[in-house]
Design a protein around this ligand. Structure first.
Ligand code: FAD
Length: 623
């Protein structure tokens, strides 16, 4: 008889999805066990040492707004911070930070070790315990049996992982880590729909062998941004610059001449890679007319010389990797510390998940992260948090939770995955959100923290800070609505300096702030404007909300119009072959996807507005 122990929730995998899942379940008060291959790799960044960027930073802020770890951890580990798209509108502005890998892992592990209700243990999971159609626990490599009411599986790129360098390949979860072979077999036996995807990483370089005089320096932003709504600039460690160089025609010739030894181009890799994060081989082939591609040379940490050359992920043979690196300006003598490689792994069709990330096939079994066909730490972490929450709600026998598409990027991501599935690794972009004007990174807390508090995810300290901030925003908005600026008291000089012209009637400060060229700071320099709020977050909210008031109101009206239709439930028992007028193709698609709402059905590719009308008629008839 093997050893057996009971928990409420088990999370398998200590990557970005697993750590957020375990923290969320434990924050909700559940006795949670996190099982992972190696405690030293908790929160490990498998690829690029950075967090955030366009679309992704929105996810990090949402995780933070719900009390998660990623935003706070990168504030403690970030060695360069920038705001991308700073000259564009607030909807597409994005924070990005370069991370010290070691500091990041430490920040995550500290949170895990200090989280009440959470136990962590180094053990590979090989099998599940299933009773009927319900999960009952897991079995580890030492045949230890852990029982639980819910299991969250977050095993990343490890399922039947196969790494490729040139024509050589070897089994691995990622370089230096073993794959999960037995678990992959077990999952395949369970007849869950499985596919293969691939992703790649560049060779790493020794910074001491690079010629920095030939590179363009890229410092971080001043003032320094922060990620977490609770974060402070003083938490950031020492800051470093990144550096920029480019590939050239010689680099491209080396790559073209090596394609006959590329696992991507010789058919050795069957998995599909991320179109938006292509390997340098792909870029050279697909954009044959381009004479160069940018490479961002990013430090891997404060106490290492290792550099991550962002933009040249490759699985070409090692000798070709050396040649291509040496053809690049500033890297002529660069020493490779780790070869680049590609990895292929099993993923599961996310269309077989509910929007809680619970599998439809096995009650209580949740999937989150790369296993669902996504790529990226942020996409994984936010799914982990959602799966952890829903595992908690399952144990409490409460209804599951998932934000709507108009509430959060998390809602967009999950809805895209479960209604459309993936044909390549899915990453987040702002363009995926139809309501992006209201899904900004700056207001993620205003959108989600109260929901997080109700779910038991947000502690008293964050809640207190949030409600104080909310009150301060309201108070300043009321003040701006009442303070009036009159043409009699406003000098011509001040009017032209701040407003660009004189005013002919009285305006409230709020009215003036809505003008395109007026910022909160410039408004506050008007005589009679009173005292400005000092907190940048509050000033930013007041300004953004005033400027976009009209657009946001229109967007909210549109959301209200859609809401009824969006939330109309489709019983899971419907046999779509019985819905009159639907084409065979539509019937087949709906039977395969089994959408939970009319809104979801409408987003499945090939489901037309006419088909939706037929469905509505069918529902009205009581089918
Ligand atoms: P992971 O971070 O992979 O974590 C999985 C965890 O599960 C690990 O801790 C592992 O030890 C554990 N585990 C696995 N099996 C078991 C088991 N049976 N029992 C117990 N524990 C287990 N993302 C990008 O955005 N851009 C890129 O360019 C990019 N390139 C990549 C290149 C490579 C080579 C790799 C490996 C990944 C790359 N990624 C990239 C993806 C990024 O690393 C993942 O999206 C992210 O780490 C996924 O998080 P996760 O939590 O789902 O899984």
């Amino acid at each position: 008889m093997s050893y057996m122990e009971k928990f409420e929730i088990i999370v398998v995998g200590g990557g970005h999805a697993g750590t957020e899942a375990a923290l969320a379940a434990a924050r909700m008060g559940h006795r949670t066990l996190l099982l992972t291959h190696n405690l030293e790799t908790l929160g490990q960044m498998s690829c690029n040492p950075s967090i955030g960027g366009i679309g992704k930073s929105h996810l990090v802020k949402e995780i933070d707004a719900l009390g998660g770890a990623m935003g706070a951890a990168i504030d403690e580990a970030g060695i360069q911070f920038r705001i991308l798209n700073s000259s564009k509108g607030p909807a597409v502005r994005a924070t990005r930070a370069q991370a010290d890998r070691v500091l990041y892992r430490q920040a995550i592990r500290r949170r895990l070790e200090n989280q009440p209700n959470l136990w962590i243990m180094q053990q590979g999971v090989d099998d599940f315990i299933i009773e009927g159609e319900r999960i009952a626990g897991v079995v580890t490599q030492l045949n230890i049996r852990f029982l639980a009411q819910a299991v969250v599986l977050t095993v990343g790129t490890f399922l039947a992982g196969l790494a490729h360098v040139g024509t050589r390949n070897f089994q691995a979860g990622r370089a230096g880590d073993p794959p999960a072979i037995r678990l992959a077999h077990r999952l395949r036996e369970m007849k869950l729909p499985v596919g293969r995807l691939k992703t790649g990483t560049p060779p790493r370089l020794d910074g001491r062998s690079m010629d920095y005089t030939a590179l363009l320096e890229q410092p971080g932003d001043t003032p320094l941004p922060v990620f977490s709504f609770m974060g402070r600039v003083s938490q950031h460690p020492r800051q470093l610059s990144c550096w920029i160089t480019h590939t050239n025609n010689e680099t491209h010739d080396i790559i073209r001449n090596g394609l006959d030894q590329s696992p991507l181009y010789t058919g050795l890799i069957e998995g599909i890679g991320p179109r938006y994060c292509p390997s340098i081989e792909d870029k050279v082939v697909r954009f044959a007319n381009r004479e160069s591609h940018s490479i961002f040379l990013e430090p891997e940490g404060l106490d290492t010389h290792e550099i991550y050359p962002n933009g040249i992920s490759t699985s070409l043979p090692y000798d070709i990797q050396v040649k291509l690196i040496h053809s690049i300006k500033g890297l002529e003598k660069a020493h490779i510390t780790r070869p680049g490689y590609a990895i292929e792994y099993d993923y599961f069709d996310p269309r077989k998940l509910k929007n809680s990330l619970e599998t439809r096939a096995i009650e209580g079994l949740f999937f989150a992260g790369q296993i669902n066909g996504t790529t990226g730490y942020e996409e994984a972490a936010v799914q982990g948090l959602l799966a952890g929450v829903n595992a908690g709600l399952k144990v409490q026998q409460r209804e599951s939770w998932c934000p709507r598409r108009d509430e959060a990027y998390l809602g967009v991501l999950v809805d895209d995955l479960i209604t459309r599935g993936v044909t390549e690794p899915y990453r987040m972009f702002t363009s995926r959100a139809e309501y992006r004007l209201q899904l900004r990174e700056d207001n993620a807390d205003l959108r989600l923290t109260e929901l997080g508090r109700n779910l038991g995810l947000v502690d008293d300290v964050r809640w207190e800070a949030f409600t104080t901030k909310q009150a301060a925003i309201r108070c300043e908005q009321e003040r701006l609505n009442t303070v009036r600026i009159s043409p009699h008291t406003l000098s011509e000089d001040a009017a032209i300096r701040v407003l660009g012209k004189t005013i002919e009637r009285e305006y409230t400060l709020h009215d003036l702030l809505r003008r395109p060229d007026v910022t909160y700071a410039s408004l506050m320099s008007l005589p009679g404007a009173g005292n400005a709020v000092l907190d940048i977050q509050i000033a930013e909210q007041v300004e953004v909300q005033a400027k976009y008031e009209g657009y946001i109101q229109r967007q909210q009206e549109e959301i209200r119009r859609q809401a009824h239709y969006e939330a109309t439930l489709l019983p899971q028992t419907i046999d779509y072959r019985e819905v009159r007028g639907l084409s065979n193709e539509v019937q087949q698609k709906l039977n395969e996807h089994k959408p939970e709402t009319i809104g979801q059905a409408g987003r499945i590719s090939g489901i037309t507005p006419a088909a939706i009308s037929l469905l509505l008629v069918h529902l009205k008839r009581g089918f």
